[in-house]
Design a protein around this ligand. Structure first.
Ligand code: NAD
Length: 469
């Protein structure tokens, strides 16, 4: 049986202990996933701290070259890693699935490697010149979730190492294996200690984020854990980038041509079986368009094949884990008992954490499936009368990650877009992230941004050199 290992200081670590990891589609054993203890966290942070000095001393060009080499290794191993993602996380190989996740990993590696963050003269007169430089922070603790395990780890790792930091990454306890394999492979392009992993649940995450030698925490996950991370940062005064949960609203403007947008709406909601932070989780449609929206989305949903994503004709895989499977089913069953219009599509296999693609109509604000982040393939579709009411509904929750407006003429909604309380407001698209465009949440969806130059700045501290002339 395959035994997977952490990478600490450039070498594969003998597992302290291990647990069996299963494929969520077939319930078959995938292999043994290692679990770190507190001593392994100490070893990983120490290795990262030692490596950081010489990594930061390398020229910027040398670090960029190493990162381009990382991108090459990711491309070369994309087939192997995408199959492992499908077998561990569940998203299909096809469509916006695991092959797409690997392509994103490559893109989000190449782009930070190609960006320039030059020192900036912030003030100059006859008497003085002040220049702002960006210097590394030190060791970055990266804590990742289970929904896009490799892509989100790459979002955390690459900007950090690009700017001269080193990293200790803790993947989610639900999806450690593909991430460990990716880290093992890309370590070939990096000096020992620059990128390390530890594994385990929140206790190991907590040990890592409380470690006194951590200088920055990058966290992606739930709001509850996010609050614990903030508490943990108090001991080391580490700055944090917090990417938390979302409950994104999409609002379709009255009279919009639904046929034109139905496919994008569908995938905006059902990407990765809805287990995506910035997915459409509440769809607001004008009462006159409601039936058309239900009909068009039903037509698309009925074409989906639900099953094991290793089969290339499958477009909808299982949920990743039992906890999530039960949570989403409970929200749908709550909607069923309150008389909502439930339409289910696809024939889920008996085994595995499969759910049908579920559209839920005749539902209102205040019901659990609307107000709670479902993180699964069940979309509530809510009628509105006045677009201003839909904006108010969109803003009434604490989450503020993304939102979208859909209209035949995008110019018509430009002003409304500014009223939506979200880190990104998309028009005629949803979740359309890009490695050059800053991404982050408003309100309870977190703070700080990733991607682009802003993302690079977030893994540095500023140092001003002020010269008297
Ligand atoms: P989670 O908060 O349960 O776990 C995330 C990570 O935190 C895991 O690695 C976990 O082991 C670790 N952790 C748990 N307790 C910890 C502690 N006390 N200290 C340190 N680490 C700890 O989240 P999840 O269920 O894995 O992910 C799903 C959530 O993530 C959803 O709410 C989703 O919307 C959100 N998410 C947000 C983004 C974004 O970019 N904003 C992206 C993906 C997912």
């Amino acid at each position: 049986m395959q035994i997977y290992r952490n990478t600490v200081n450039g070498s594969l670590a003998e597992p302290v202990s291990s647990h069996e990891a299963y494929n969520p589609a077939t319930e078959q054993l995938l292999g043994m996933a290692p679990e770190s203890d507190e001593q392994e966290v100490d070893r990983a942070v120490e290795a990262a701290a030692i490596a950081q000095k010489s990594w930061a001393e390398r020229s910027d060009q040398q670090r960029r070259d190493s990162i381009h080499e990382v991108a090459r290794i990711l491309e070369e191993n994309a087939g192997y890693l995408s199959e492992l993602i499908t077998r561990e996380q569940g998203k299909p190989l096809s469509g916006p699935g695991s092959i797409f996740e690997m392509q994103a990993c490559v893109g989000w590696t190449q782009v930070p490697a190609s960006l320039e963050l030059e020192p900036e003269v912030v003030y100059e007169d006859d008497e003085r010149k002040d220049t702002l430089h960006r210097v590394p922070l030190g060791v970055v603790a990266a804590i990742a979730p289970w929904n896009w395990p490799l892509m989100i780890a790459i979002w955390q790792i690459i900007p950090a190492i690009r700017m001269g930091n080193t990293v200790v990454l803790k993947p989610s306890e639900y999806t450690p294996i593909a991430t460990l394999e990716m880290v093992r492979l890309i370590n070939q392009a990096l000096p020992a200690g620059v990128l390390n992993t530890v594994t385990g649940d929140g206790r190991i995450g907590s040990k890592l984020t409380h470690h006194p030698d951590i200088s920055k925490i990058m966290f992606t996950g739930s709001e509850t854990t996010g609050r614990r991370i903030i508490e943990a940062s108090a001991s080391s005064l580490s700055p944090i980038t917090l990417e938390l949960g979302g409950n994104d609203a999409a609002i379709v403007m009255p009279g919009t041509n639904i046929k034109n947008i139905a496919t994008d709406l569908f995938w905006g909601a059902f990407l990765n079986m809805g287990q995506t932070c910035a997915c459409i989780k509440r769809l607001y449609v004008h009462e006159d368009d409601y039936e058309t929206v239900m009909t068009e989305l039903s037509a698309i949903a009925s074409e989906m094949k639900v099953g094991d994503g290793m089969d290339k004709s499958v477009t909808i895989g299982p949920l990743q884990n039992k906890m999530q499977f039960e949570k989403v089913r409970e929200l749908v069953s709550d909607a069923k008992t309150s008389g909502c219009d439930i339409r289910e599509f696809g024939e889920p296999p008996e085994k595995g954490y499969f759910m049908p693609v579920t559209l839920v109509g005749d539902i209102r604000d205040g019901q659990r499936l609307v107000d709670e982040e479902q993180f699964g393939p069940a979309l509530p579709i809510i009628r509105y009368r006045d677009p201003e009411d839909a904006i108010e509904s969109a803003n009434r929750l604490e989450a503020g990650l993304g939102a979208s407006l859909w209209a035949d003429n995008p110019a018509e909604v430009a002003e409304l877009a500014m009223q939506l309380e979200a880190g990104t407001v998309w028009i005629n698209q949803h979740g359309a992230i890009h490695p050059m465009v800053p991404f982050g949440g408003n309100k309870a969806s977190g703070y700080g941004v990733e991607f682009g130059l802003e993302g690079l700045k977030a893994v540095t501290q500023s140092r001003v050199i002020s010269i008297k002339k």
